[in-house]
Design a protein around this ligand. Structure first.
Ligand code: COA
Length: 182
C-alpha cells in the first residue's frame, strides 16, 4: 500500500451524476442549443420534471483537492465536495412507461466528450431502470451517429428496427435500439 501522505495534493476533477433540478435548466438548455444549433425544438425541462414518469439526470464535475476526497475518489463514492450547479457537463432524460424506459434526451457537452461522462450517465439511467423494475430501455438514434451507436452497443443495446426518414432536420433514418434488463 502506498503511503497516503506521499500522494501530492493536486486538484482532481471528478465526474458525478445526480437528479436534475430546476436550477440546471439554463445549463442544460445551453448544452442542447450548442449541440443542435439548427434544431427548432428544445426540451421544456420545467415541464419534464413535473411529470411523474420523467427521469432526468445530470452529470457535473467538481474539483477535489484534499486527501479525503482523493481517497473517496478512488472508491468513487460519497465525495464530500460541495455540488456546484454551474458545473453541469451533460444530461440524460427518459420516460418511464409501463415497464419500459424510453431515452428521449442524452447529451454530453462537446468539450467534455470522450471522458467517460456518457458512460456514467447511461450507467446511472440503467441503475434507475433496475430500481424501478423496468424490463426494457429503448431509444432512437440517427443512423450516422457512430459515437452514440458505439456507446449503446458497448452497453449491450441491440438494433431492433429502423424508421425511414425519421429525422426531418437533415433527413435521415433512425435506428431503434433496445436493451433488455433481466
Ligand atoms: C454520444 C455522447 C453522449 C457520448 O458521450 P461521451 O461522454 O463522449 O462518451 P464516453 O466518453 O462515455 O464514451 C463511451 C464510449 O462511447 C463510444 N464513443 C464515444 N464517442 C465516440 C466517438 N467520437 N467515436 C467512436 N466511438 C465513440 C466509445 O465506445 C467510448 O468508449 P471509449 O472511449 O472507451 O472508446 C456524445 O458524443 C454526445 O453528446 N453526442 C451528441 C448528442 C448525441 O448524439 N446524443 C445521443 C442521441 S441518441
Amino acid at each position: 500500500m502506498p503511503n497516503p501522505t506521499k500522494i501530492p495534493k493536486t486538484p482532481l476533477t471528478v465526474n458525478r451524476v445526480r437528479n436534475f433540478n430546476i436550477s440546471d435548466q439554463g445549463a442544460c438548455l445551453n448544452i442542447q442549443r450548442n449541440t443542435f444549433p439548427s434544431s427548432q425544438s428544445c426540451t421544456d425541462f420545467a415541464r419534464e420534471i413535473r411529470k411523474s414518469n420523467s427521469i432526468y439526470l445530470v452529470a457535473y464535475f467538481e474539483h477535489c483537492s484534499d486527501q479525503i476526497d482523493r481517497t473517496i475518489k478512488l472508491n468513487d463514492y460519497l465525495c464530500q465536495c460541495k455540488t456546484n450547479t454551474n458545473n453541469v457537463s451533460g444530461f440524460i432524460g427518459g420516460w418511464n412507461v409501463a415497464d419500459e424506459i424510453q431515452i428521449v434526451d442524452f447529451i454530453v457537452e462537446e468539450q467534455f466528450h470522450r471522458r467517460g461522462i456518457g458512460r456514467l450517465l447511461l450507467t446511472s439511467l440503467i441503475e434507475v431502470a433496475c430500481s424501478v423494475k423496468s424490463k426494457l430501455i429503448t431509444l432512437e438514434v440517427r443512423a450516422s451517429n457512430k459515437p452514440a451507436i458505439n456507446l449503446y452497443s458497448r452497453f449491450g443495446f441491440e438494433i431492433c428496427g429502423r424508421r425511414k426518414n425519421y429525422y426531418v432536420n437533415k433527413t435521415e433514418d433512425a435506428l431503434l435500439m433496445n436493451l433488455e434488463i433481466n
